[in-house]
Design a protein around this ligand. Structure first.
Ligand code: B12
Length: 300
């Protein structure tokens, strides 16, 4: 099966207009694209960090509150600085991005701006043609994940590793499962905050799963609800289940191995919200598994 196109979408900082991007995300998914959605009110730095960690082929930005010329340029500049210029940048903002602004933005490296009235089919066609043929930067994939923590802080966090170079540490591996909506993502985010605060040198990995829609793409949305996990000391990877039942993905084992050997202090794995206690982690994959559920469920 051909590797699905992976995109990251987001709305810039100080902008809460997420209705357009939500519509566009659904259209992408309907056409077999996997979308890592970062949510709204996101800084250029958060967007670029996430795009590199997720090995996406392009970043789609939906901007309505102005400042788009500078914001898109900042994203492109940060991508270049992180040696990730292979990641494309495109977007739209209805009537708030004029043709003249778009021309300036494209001169600065934006691949395409979509104006009000563009049929969604045209947006999907552009993505498939423009990014379908680009190889994801992620041929490296699960290797060298620690090195893909971008920014000055990435080197800082490597410098401040609690272990000496070459030393293999085993991180504590915690798996979280439970029904959808029980609060797995929120709990991981809270635990990450506590790890980061308690140990100023801690580096954490998160492997998060969301379901693929049969024959279609997937909305990988856990990043959108994580706040503290956007820290430079956290590496996060979102995986789609791609037809695998049981809460994990065909790629999970490979990523987990890489994370275990990646110099992290803790690894959190979040399953799809399947509600089956013990099922995803039964092979002793984790040091500890946590079953998260709301108090209203009634069972143990
Ligand atoms: C809906 C809306 C809201 C909703 C937002 C709901 C939500 N959750 O998104 C509400 C009512 C909350 C709202 C609030 C505000 N809004 Co408002 N809002 C709009 C409105 C009416 C529609 C935007 C929209 O969603 N369009 C639907 C999309 C699908 O269509 P489109 O815009 O034509 O986009 C096309 C392409 O550009 C492309 N596209 C868009 N994004 C992307 C991204 C990617 C990756 C791709 C590939 C393509 C793409 O997709 C479409 C294809 O045809 C616009 C006015 C307008 N008619 O555009 C004002 C507008 C954007 N809002 C505006 C303002 C000022 C505000 C407020 C500041 C008002 C206030 N004083 O409180 C607040 C700010 C809210 C915030 N927190 O940021 C101004 C912005 C002015 C500016 N930038 O100069 C506008 C232009 C209204 C106006 N004329 O004054 N708003």
């Amino acid at each position: 099966m051909a590797e699905p196109i992976r995109l990251l979408t987001a709305v810039p900082i100080c902008d809460g207009h997420d209705s357009a991007i939500n519509t566009i995300n659904l259209e992408f998914i309907r056409h077999g694209i996997e979308v890592v959605y970062l949510g709204y009110h996101r800084s250029a730095r958060d967007i670029v960090r996430a795009a590199i960690q997720e090995d996406v082929r392009a970043i789609g930005i939906s901007s309505y509150n102005g400042g788009h010329v500078e914001f898109f340029a900042e994203v492109i500049a940060l991508l270049k600085r992180q040696r990730a210029a292979h990641i494309g940048v495109f977007g739209g903002g209805g009537g708030t991005i004029t043709k003249r602004d778009a021309a300036v933005m494209m001169r600065k490296g934006v691949d395409r701006i979509f104006f009000a009235g563009t049929p969604l089919a045209e947006v999907v066609k552009f993505v498939k043609t423009e990014y379908g043929r680009r190889a994801a930067g992620g041929k490296r994939r699960a290797r060298n994940i620690g090195r893909r923590m971008p920014g000055a802080l990435a080197s800082a966090s490597l410098d401040h590793r609690t272990s000496t170079p070459g030393e293999r540490r085993s991180p504590i591996c915690i798996g979280l499962t439970g029904p959808g909506g029980a609060g797995k993502t929120t709990l991981i985010d809270e635990l990450v905050l506590r790890f980061l605060t308690k140990n100023p040198r801690a580096r954490i990995a998160i492997l998060s799963h969301d379901p693929s829609i049969i024959g279609k793409g997937a909305l990988l949305g856990d990043r959108a609800t994580m706040i503290y996990s956007q820290d430079d000391r956290v590496f996060m990877r979102s995986l789609a289940t791609r037809g695998r039942a049981g809460g994990l993905s065909p790629e999970s084992a490979r990523w987990l191995r890489a994370m275990k050997g990646g110099g992290f202090d803790a690894v959190f794995v979040e399953t799809v919200g399947i509600g089956q206690e013990g099922l995803p982690f039964r092979s002793g994959l984790m040091d500890k598994s946590i079953f998260v559920m709301g108090p209203d469920y009634g069972s143990r």
